[in-house]
Design a protein around this ligand. Structure first.
Ligand SMILES: *Cc1c(COP(=O)(O)O)cnc(C)c1O
Length: 244
């Protein structure tokens, strides 16, 4: 289908292009400050509420990873994503009874925080003859209403999940509390990095962690300086979210 873009759509795409260039430049700078290459950092776009045409435009600019938060939204947009050059992941809270609907559609689930959820991912992956990569979500700020495992239970949960078939723990993910200062947020990022290093250097079969996913629009550079190698960016790329 070829259709002419409205001026409004064209303006939005121009913004996305400028934002994409700025973010990739800042990611590269932060990576270099920590002795890493720009390619060492995964730039995942958080695409909740964003229409597929804009997501696909970002993919055409070079974006390689996108992440959705809600199963229903992911399914409704699924046929429209251009996944020939990009990878679709799940980054939101996932209910066990919805796992079945996304297995085989996503390359990674970033929000595993219980054995029960991991067991269902394992079961559904087995059924479909594939292996699903996961990150374990850590509630680093110990917030009451937030998902994620508490740090003192991380090692045990990781060990348990690593024994399951058709599921592979690739690393850790976190959404730290909203902070007033850079100092405050840095503390959470540094704590995550410590957990990541601790657990990835433990000699344990089946565990080979290589991804630390943390940092969003307002703090992704800070997260990279603390050791993140995946950032998840929404509004800074696509503009403020409009919930319908
Ligand atoms: C929405 C979302 C993001 C991106 O948030 P922004 O502040 O818009 O960059 C990152 N991670 C998760 C899990 C999200 O839900």
């Amino acid at each position: 289908m070829i259709r002419k873009l409205s001026t409004e759509q064209q303006a939005k795409m121009d913004d996305i292009r400028a934002n994409y260039e700025e973010i990739t430049r800042k990611i590269a700078d932060a990576a270099q400050k920590t002795g890493r290459c720009p390619e060492d950092i995964h730039f995942l776009a958080a695409t909740k509420t964003v229409e597929p045409e804009f997501i696909n435009y970002a993919i055409s600019l070079g974006l390689k990873e996108i992440g959705e938060n809600r199963v229903q939204e992911l399914l409704s947009k699924y046929d429209e994503y251009d996944l020939s050059k990009a990878d679709l992941q799940f980054i939101g809270h996932l209910q066990t009874n919805k796992v079945r609907q996304i297995i085989g559609k996503v390359s990674m689930i970033q929000s595993v925080d219980s054995l029960k959820l991991a067991q269902e991912i394992s079961r559904q992956s087995q059924k479909n003859g594939l292996t699903t990569d996961v990150l374990i979500e850590v509630n680093i700020g110990r917030e009451e209403n937030k998902s994620g495992v508490l740090s003192e239970h991380l090692e045990e949960l990781t060990a348990q999940i690593s024994l399951l078939d058709n599921i592979k723990v690739r690393g850790l993910m976190s959404v730290p509390p909203i902070c007033d200062s850079e100092k405050e947020i840095s503390k959470f990022f540094d704590d995550m990095y410590k957990l990541f290093v601790d657990i990835s250097t433990k000699k344990s079969d089946n565990i080979c962690m290589d991804i630390l996913s943390m940092g969003m629009s307002d703090d992704y550079e800070r997260a990279i300086l603390s050791g993140a190698n995946m950032v998840r960016i929404g509004s800074r790329l696509f503009g403020a979210r409009i919930y319908r």
